[in-house]
Design a protein around this ligand. Structure first.
Ligand code: NAP
Length: 483
């Protein structure tokens, strides 16, 4: 394994537009290490003109990439998968340095993120249309799938690799070119990926990466350029809404993977030890900084105290520290702002009557640390029940009947994922069907799988990533009427 300084020295820090290029005027911005609050390095700060350069490159590469045989596109994607896996330790350390998560979490993300290249390398050759006799018998219906065209992907900081590969894999498999604008907090992982794609034989211009500290200004000209055909966004609901509005001007196709407020519901017939294992994953995977993180725990009153005691005991084993320290299982939060948000949500709940059963107080800097925290007796009206906490804090509340549990779970404008624990299969299916969410975990605390369609309903967005469905986001349907 290379040292931190060797790794940082080897990662590209310029924009990636057909290879490494400087931003206009050589502008740069710092990338901070959340474990120390110190800058790690500087990366190129793209201007709106640089973004248009990337679109020029994507447009120039589009026709040839779409015409490249699907098998060849798939083989390049497969070669990228192999290269990511071969460099697991480099990607893991890089993500830990720029995002903060503990190394085992980063390694998991490398495997998960790489898998989208393998899955879509296999899907590239399974893009089907159809040929059909019209019901009148008078003609033939041909349905033909074509790549949408040049796409823009805007991604968040919490999964610096996987939130990109979940979009790049299907787009490239479908024959689209793509520009990625990664989060300004975590641009390095995507730059390293672009370099690997190039080494694996991806033609210039098919994938560009524009890093920027002023995301609105840099993406604006692209959203107003009719050569761009699709916007795919993962991030907060607030920014997603703004981008949908901006996309209306050119009626861009959009996919929106937005915020969540996942309920974790434990029924009286659940296996409590299994529920606690699932709760640990659903709450603490990625340090709680996941759109799929369980945000609130609704536990049947007859098993609530047992669940709280066992959950607190499991959470107390968590080791808070710098992500790169091999002992650490919970790294720092991404930045000062996130630390303030998490602290305020806990303080608000406590001021309204919640009991702190574990944690509840930031240890202080340098770095943005917050401990694993468990709150019980959280009153209705506490902000933590309705806002996405994005940190290692678990509020627990009770319920008495299945109807109450389901109603409480659905009492949110979000609808990404929900988790339920029960031994009763009929109840599991009844409740899963009644939950207003795009995904449901039954007796399991992690649902993400590249072979499954990931996405939300309500204000968690629309569109699906992964599964057979994922590639459809990058295909348009043409009907050819044949006499
Ligand atoms: P964010 O603030 O919405 O930022 C996401 C991306 O959008 C970043 O690249 C950001 O750039 C960019 N951005 C911000 N304002 C923009 C604007 N006006 N125009 C164009 N781009 C803009 O979200 P985040 O804090 O990075 O990520 C956390 C959120 O993502 C949470 O709400 C989480 O639930 C959600 N998320 C959802 C999923 C899902 O699949 N549903 C997965 C992961 C995360 P800068 O970095 O430069 O601000």
């Amino acid at each position: 394994m290379v040292s931190e300084s060797e790794l940082l020295a080897s990662v590209p820090t310029q924009l990636w537009i057909g290879g490494p290029v400087d931003a206009t005027g050589g502008a740069t911005f710092p990338v901070e290490n959340p474990a120390t609050g110190e800058p790690l390095t500087h990366v190129a700060d793209a201007s709106p003109e640089d973004a248009v350069r990337a679109l020029d490159a994507a447009v120039a590469a589009q026709d040839a990439w779409a015409a490249t045989p699907a098998r060849e596109r798939g083989e390049i994607l497969r070669a990228v998968y192999e290269r990511i896996i071969a460099r697991t330790e480099d990607f893991a350390l890089l993500m830990t340095l720029e995002m903060g998560k503990a190394l085992p979490e980063s390694r998991n993300e490398v495997r998960y993120g790489a898998e989208f290249f393998r899955w879509f390398s296999e899907e590239a050759v399974r893009i089907h249309g159809r040929y059909q006799t019209a019901p009148t018998g008078a003609g033939r219906i041909i349905v033909h799938k074509q790549p949408v065209g040049p796409c823009l992907a805007i991604t968040p900081w919490n999964f610096p690799l996987a939130m990109g590969t979940r979009k790049i894999g299907p787009a490239l498999a479908a024959g689209c070119t793509m520009i990625v604008k990664p989060a300004s907090a975590t641009p390095l992982t995507m730059l390293l990926l672009a370099q690997l794609c190039s080494e694996a034989g991806l033609p210039d211009g098919v994938l560009s990466v524009i890093t920027s500290s002023h995301s609105g200004a840099v993406t604006e000209p692209l959203l107003n350029d009719s050569r761009l055909r699709k916007l795919t966004f993962t991030g907060s609901t607030g920014v997603g809404k703004k981008l949908v509005e901006k996309s209306a001007n050119k009626l861009l196709r959009t996919s929106m993977e937005l915020g969540g407020n996942a309920p974790f519901v434990v029924f009286d017939d659940a296996d409590i030890d299994e529920a606690v294992k699932g709760a640990m994953l659903a709450k603490l995977r990625n340090g709680g900084e996941a759109c799929t993180a369980a945000n609130r725990f609704h536990v049947h009153n007859s098993v609530r105290e047992e669940f709280i005691e066992k959950f607190a005991a499991a959470m107390s084993e968590v080791k808070l520290g710098a992500g790169a320290d091999p002992e650490t299982t919970l790294g720092p939060l991404i930045n000062e702002e996130q630390l303030t948000t998490v602290s305020e949500l806990v303080d608000d709940a406590v001021s309204k009557g919640a009991q702190v059963r574990l944690g509840g107080k930031a240890p202080g800097g340098p770095g943005y640390y917050y401990p694993a925290t468990l709150l019980s007796d959280v009153p209705e009206g506490a902000r933590i029940l309705s806002e996405e906490v994005f940190g290692p804090v678990a509020p627990v509340i009770g319920f008495d009947t299945e109807e109450q549990g389901l109603a409480a779970a659905n009492d949110t404008e979000f609808g990404l994922v929900a988790y339920i624990y029960t031994r009763d299969l009929n109840r599991a299916l009844r409740v899963a069907e009644g939950l207003e969410s795009g995904m449901v975990g039954v007796n399991r605390g992690v649902i993400s799988d590249p072979a499954a369609p990931f996405g939300g309903v309500k204000e968690s967005g629309f569109g699906r990533e992964g599964g057979f469905e994922g590639i459809e986001e990058y295909l348009s349907t043409k009907y050819i009427a044949l006499q």
